[in-house]
Design a protein around this ligand. Structure first.
Ligand SMILES: Nc1ncnc2c1ncn2[C@@H]1O[C@H](COP(=O)(O)OP(=O)(O)OP(=O)(O)O)[C@@H](O)[C@H]1O
Length: 263
C-alpha cells in the first residue's frame, strides 16, 4: 500500500492554505504531521480523504488518482478517525464499530454475522471487547477513541488518517491510544496523524512532516529532522532536546526553557 501526495496546493478564496505539498507514505509508516494552529493540517487531510476537491496537484493511492475513485472505493482504502467526541446517540460500542462495515454492505442490507465477527475481532485487537455491549456515550474518551479506531479497522482501509487523536485524552489514555496506533503501523497500516505534541514524533513516528505557512518545511526521520531551531520556528518557543536512557533505548524528550520570555 502506498499513498503519494504530489505538488498539492489549495486556496480558500484568495488565501493560499496548502502550498506545493509533496510526500509519500508506505505500509508500516506512522507519519506525524506537526505545525502550529491553522497551518493547514486538517485541510491536507480533507484533501486526502476526498472531502475537499478544488486543489491543484494529485493524490494517488496505489498509483490511482483519488479523483477517479468513487466514495466506496476510496473508503476501502483510506479511513478517517475523528477525535473522540460525546455522541448524540447512545449506540452500543459494537454497533458503533459495525458502522464501519456500511460501505461493504449490499444495498440496504443489515450487517450479518460475518460483519459482526469482523467488529468483534477489531474490538479484541484494541483490547476493548469487554465494552461491546456498553453504550458508546457511557465509556471514557480514551475508550471511545479506541472504538473509533476499531470502526476504521472494520472499514478495511489500510490508510488511517487521524486528526489529533490524543486531544481531549488524559495522560494515560494518550499513551495507551498511541501505543495501539504504533502497533497498527507495525502490522502494516499506514497511519498519518496530526499532533500538537512534537514528542509524539520521537516516541511513535517513523517519519515527521513539519508544516509552516502551508508548506512542508522539513520531512524525514524524527530524530534527524526535529531540531530545537525548527521547533522554535514552528511554535515560537525555546526548547531543549535531551536523550534519556531507558530499557527501550534512548528516548528523546523536549524540555521547554522556562527562563525564556517567549515560553
Ligand atoms: N471553510 C473554511 N473557509 C475558509 N477558511 C478556512 C476554512 N476552513 C479552514 N480555513 C482556514 O484554513 C487554514 C488552515 O486550517 P486547518 O484547519 O487546515 O489548520 P490546522 O493546521 O488543522 O489547524 P489546527 O491545528 O488549529 O487544527 C486556517 O487559516 C483556517 O482559518
Amino acid at each position: 500500500m502506498m499513498i503519494v501526495v504530489k505538488e498539492l496546493s489549495f486556496n480558500y478564496k484568495q488565501r493560499k492554505i496548502l502550498d506545493n505539498i509533496t510526500f509519500s507514505a508506505h505500509s508500516k509508516n506512522l507519519i506525524c504531521v506537526l505545525g502550529p494552529n491553522g497551518v493547514g493540517k486538517s485541510t491536507l487531510f480533507r484533501c486526502m480523504l476526498g472531502l475537499t476537491k478544488g486543489y491543484q496537484g494529485e493524490i494517488l493511492i496505489e498509483g490511482k488518482n483519488i479523483k477517479k475513485m468513487g466514495i466506496a472505493e476510496l473508503a476501502k482504502k483510506i479511513a478517517y478517525i475523528p477525535q473522540s467526541h460525546h455522541p448524540t446517540f447512545n449506540f452500543t460500542v459494537l454497533n458503533t464499530v459495525l458502522m464501519g462495515r456500511t460501505i461493504h454492505l449490499k444495498g440496504v442490507s443489515n450487517p450479518n454475522i460475518e460483519d459482526e465477527k469482523e467488529a468483534l475481532h477489531a474490538l479484541d485487537m484494541l483490547g476493548i471487547s469487554h465494552l461491546r455491549n456498553r453504550g458508546y456515550a457511557e465509556i471514557s474518551g480514551g475508550e471511545r477513541q479506541l472504538a473509533l479506531i476499531a470502526r476504521a479497522i472494520v472499514q478495511k482501509a489500510k490508510i488511517l488518517v487521524m486528526d489529533e487523536p490524543t486531544a481531549n485524552l488524559d495522560y494515560g489514555n494518550q499513551i495507551r491510544v498511541m501505543m495501539h496506533v504504533k502497533k497498527l503501523a507495525k502490522e502494516g497500516y499506514i497511519v498519518i496523524l496530526s499532533t500538537h505534541n512534537p514528542e509524539h514524533a520521537f516516541l511513535y513516528g517513523t517519519k515527521v512532516l513539519m508544516m509552516f505557512n502551508g508548506k512542508i518545511i522539513q520531512s524525514g526521520c524524527p530524530k534527524e529532522i526535529v531540531t530545537e531551531a525548527l521547533l522554535e520556528q514552528l511554535y515560537g518557543v525555546h526548547v531543549k532536546l535531551e536523550d534519556i536512557k531507558t530499557e527501550a533505548g534512548d528516548i528523546r524528550v523536549i524540555v521547554p526553557n522556562l527562563m525564556n520570555r517567549q515560553t
